[in-house]
Design a protein around this ligand. Sequence first.
Ligand code: 9WN
Length: 438
Amino acid sequence: ASHASPAPHAPHSLHARAAGVLDGNWTGTSTVPSRGLYPHQWSWDSAFIAIGLRHLSPLRAQTELETLLDAQWGDGRVPHIVFHPSVPLDAYFPSPDFWRSTTAGRTAGAPRTVQTSGIVQPPVHALAAWLVHRADPGLSRARGFLARVYPRLAAWHRYLLHRRDLGGGGLAAVVHPWEQGMDNSPCWDLPLSRIPPAPARSFRRADLDHGSPGDRPTDLDYGRYVRLAADYRDTGYRDGTGAFAVEDPAFNALLIASEHALARIARELGAPGTARHARAERLTAVLVERLWREREGMFFCRDVHTGEPIPERGVSGLVPLLLPALPREITAALVRTACGPHFQLGAGAGLVPSYDLLGEAFDPHRYWRGPAWFNTAWLVERGLRLHGERERADALRAAFLRTADATGFAEYVDPYTGEARGARAFGWTAALALDLLH
Ligand code: 9WN
């Protein structure tokens, strides 16, 4: 634990303001990413939010994860959105009437009493559950927190490692850009180019009520998102039939990190965790074998339909740095790449751009095509610290806190200037700032 703020609980401190954001976004059972733009519960947001909330209220952090896992489907998938019934349908698109989880998702075991989306997001949850437990083991044991979440998290990982092994090589594939969480990353341009867009008049983009069009994905991207999601829904959310399938390094690295966390959870519950640790190590080797690019010094996505690597440098290709079992020469190469011309860690705003600064598709303002995001900075910071890169980790942490503070906890920022883009008072920015303050 480190202490970046001398007076973390002073009334107007960064700590107090971050806590204020999380209080303002709390609904009673979970936390919304943003009151305006994202007024429901999002899967990987909740995991990051729980990691910060544990420093304010371990009970709320446990509840955050429990609420999400209560919406798990019978086949093990954890939906990427859990809808709040009291929020008007037109506040966010796609809304429950688009996903129709309770009818279209019936065969896949969608819950009957809560409306959800039918796709998933990165599995940060077991890692979050373990960190939440560690914040207050007494409360966690008294409430039987780990005993209750363990079987659900195990089923979640089983779903990803079996039903989503669409490439047959042992990694999980995402079937929609929203699943990977970096919606309009240039990494998706090639596989998305094969998808005929749904007509623009067939849907209404509620996001443009809150976000500036230049900061958000384009209408063409949205047409393709809608087509892919509607096709998936129309098969009853059956896996293995869709036109888009990609093995992504960050998604799989988070699954592996969470598998290590599940091993610790198993041990805490009195079962040996050794088999799970061994599996996480095997998966690390598979990740390297399938996605590592020695020449570029980073991981690339792989298009399952062509079997080819996708030649774009996204921040997702640096996230595996957080894995403990990576070979030393790979962690060294990742650090060199992060600090090199494509990502310039330590320069500009001091965060990590979401995409190659030298890439043709680079745009400093458009969402995941260049802006720096705080969750990826947190993940890279963790990786740097794990592999002994203390000075670089300290600098990244300082830049994170400075920028979160200066932007009112922005959703993302211009990677050169640190200027705020997207939503403010954003959930995971506040939560992860809190985490880095402890
Ligand atoms: C679609 C909630 C989510 C994040 C994603 C981010 C954005 C949604 C959107 O917001 O995606 O899921 O409407 O753009 O890309 O990572 O989880 O914060």
